[in-house]
Design a protein around this ligand. Sequence first.
Ligand code: MG
Length: 382
Amino acid sequence: MRVAIAGSTGSIGKQTLEVIRSTTEVDKYQVVALSANSSVEDIVSQAQSCKPAVVAIADPVARKKVAERLKLTDPKIEVVDDATQLAALADVVVNGVVGFAGLSVTMSTLKSGKRLALANKESLIAAGPIVAPLRKIAGAEIIPVDSEHCAIHQCLRSSQNFSRDLSRLLLTASGGPFRGRSRDSLKNVSVADALKHPTWSMGPKITVDSSTLMNKGLEVIEAHELFGVGYDAIDVVVHPQSIVHSMVEFRDGATIAQLSMPDMKLPIAYALEYPDRTSVSFGAIDWADVSRLDFEKPDRDIFRCLDLAYQAGRIGGTAPAWLSAANEIAVEIFLAGGLKWSEIPSIIESTMQHHDGQIPNTVDDILEADRLAREWATKETK
Ligand code: MG
């Protein structure tokens, strides 16, 4: 299987390489292409060990450095600027790019009629109406690498006709580092506090999103786009142990859940191997260690991002693109120390007041929505 990894120096990219290295089957996977934004050292060492045909680097300065380094050690590796070339070389593209920047990889992979192992939820959320028709292209398919959606993908396989049998999707949320905290105690939390995720080890953007529950809000929209389920039939339940990765309830009352210890290598391997299962075990449970599984309602008054996402999802059109862009700006400024954690939902809410109700027909419409929302969100933070 020829695998391309977009965003190979990020958390998902590195774990994809771990999955590939962990297989005992000889020549099972070939890494044919890698892409990164600007991490020179990491991508050079990845390229030197995997020997892909192509390495794509977005940042021009970094690209020049990578090209110079690889010319000395691996002159056959082509260094290019455009990650959309990856899909042509591969059977599966793992999209682990962070944020809206992942859209071009999502689109180019589906257009090439290839399997997209999708960890970049923002592209699907921002461009849902544009991405949906591409999934009808022969060979094109999305297998979610998000743990919740991977769980739902597995649970739905227990029905022959889930659009008929489904009652609701139950997305689980760890609740993040601030679960159970009062509004007052959250007034002055630091960046370091927000980055202390209790169960998952992930990149900084998604970790902050988990602390605000925006990650779960974005995942509600992602579930709507992936599985075609209405918002009234998607619920969120807080489950602090992060062992039940999500659940599906059917009309006969049965709930099917997928459980494993938190390990993103399981969803990555699932997306590579589907409909088969990998021979390497990731996150298998030692039941002697699991004494309890807790479930509770999310606190929607404190974690307002969750309902902001439901609202944007229900409006549809470019509203999810606006929501996601406003959130990226707010999180970026929070991480840089220019905004309080408790102000993140307010920035998103006031940005959404400017949403113009556009229905997107083209990628340019999405890019324009993204640009406008970023402009407004930046103004709102001043
Ligand atoms: Mg997730």
